[in-house]
Design a protein. Structure first.
Length: 357
């Protein structure tokens, strides 16, 4: 049976790999490698438990660090594992340093790479994720893309071979887990009512690393006359403490990171979602919630074009006005990210190309 080495390391990748792993393990031997990029229990182990992802065969325990340091350590350790395992294919997800290191380690060992969520572009090279995407796509033999926009992006860069528009594996995961999420009592625990709160997530360096920007953003959130529930990323919490930012008003409730199922439940019941996360933008759409994106650009342009999201980059004093003038989504804008069977399609394509019968 052919062997696939799957490399993950961060919260979004755990969500993406869960449905794909279920499918490929029917026909392949999967070796799961966790780089340890996200290591906090609420950002890592909770997702493995909740999504029934098998325990990693290897946990590299890389931890945090500057991009070069982190990626370099990953590259060294992933290469060692690949030399030991000798997989027929390396499977990578998304746009993190784990993605980049996995692609580099594999291609230098002449192991073909499959990239899930290929072809995304923000066209902002100040984002480290953008560099990771571009390089990973360049090195990959199989490019599994979620949208036609991603196909077009790759074509403009000269990538036309091995490109497969399979849909979005995050949609697979969302559909699979909706019923389990609906049974949770997270709203009762937080003492909040459906459609009576705004859900906020903030973690990107462009919004958090500059104390002036982060203070302005917190001020804008606290000036909204709405209850805001803010599951706070450990990195953002550390910066808030470092910069001496405090919650002045009771409307802004900071809580610890929540599990994936809890997040789905909170997204389904949110009045509006405010985020700088790429994954949460899509989950807002899956949940039917309008979204304000705290960035000047997005990889998920379909959401903006169809009225599901608006961009708000660099002028957070306009947050209140934007909240009160959200557009109505286009009525025919369902199915932007496939049919919920992306994982089955990926498995089928790999079976054909790796001669699995």
């Amino acid at each position: 049976m052919p062997k696939i080495a799957t490399i993950v390391g961060a919260r979004p990748q755990f969500i993406k790999c869960a449905p794909v792993s279920r499918e490929i393990r029917k026909y392949f031997t999967e070796i799961l490698i966790h780089t340890g990029q996200h290591y906090d229990k609420n950002m890592s182990q909770t997702f493995f438990d909740e999504l029934s992802i098998p325990e990693p065969d290897y946990n590299l325990e890389i931890g945090s660090g500057n991009h070069g340091y982190q990626t370099g350590k990953m590259l060294i350790k992933i290469e060692k594992v690949l030399l030991d395992v000798k997989p027929d294919l390396v499977l990578i997800y998304g746009d993190t340093n784990s993605t980049l290191a996995g692609a580099l380690a594999a291609v230098k060992l002449h192991i073909p790479v499959a990239h899930v969520e290929a072809g995304l572009r923000s066209f902002n090279r100040k984002m480290p994720e953008e560099i990771n995407r571009i390089v990973a796509d360049k090195l990959s033999k199989y490019l599994f893309v979620p949208t036609q926009t991603a196909v077009n992006n790759l074509a403009k860069e000269g990538h036309t071979e091995g490109v497969y528009n399979v849909g979005d594996v995050m949609y697979d995961s969302f559909l699979f887990n909706m019923q389990k999420a609906a049974k949770l009592d997270i709203l009762d625990k937080l003492n909040i009512k459906p459609k009576k709160y705004i859900l906020a997530t903030i973690h990107r360096p462009q919004n958090t690393d500059d104390p002036g920007i982060l203070k302005e953003l917190f001020g804008a959130l606290q000036n909204l006359n709405e209850l805001i529930i803010f599951p706070i990323h450990p990195r953002t919490r550390n910066l808030i403490k470092k910069f001496g930012i405090t919650a002045k008003y009771e409307n802004l409730k900071l809580i610890d990171p929540v599990s994936y199922l809890e997040m789905i439940q909170m997204e389904k019941n949110a009045q509006v979602i405010i985020t700088d996360s790429g994954g949460v933008q899509k989950e807002a759409y899956f949940a039917g919630a309008p979204c304000i994106v705290l960035r000047g650009e997005t990889e998920w342009v379909e959401l903006v074009e169809n009225g599901w999201a608006v961009l708000l980059g660099g002028h957070f004093d306009g947050l209140s006005a934007e909240l009160n003038s959200l557009p109505a989504p286009k009525a025919d804008s369902i199915g932007l990210y496939g049919d919920g069977k992306a994982s089955e399609k990926i498995s089928g394509i790999l079976m054909k190309n790796l001669n699995v019968r």
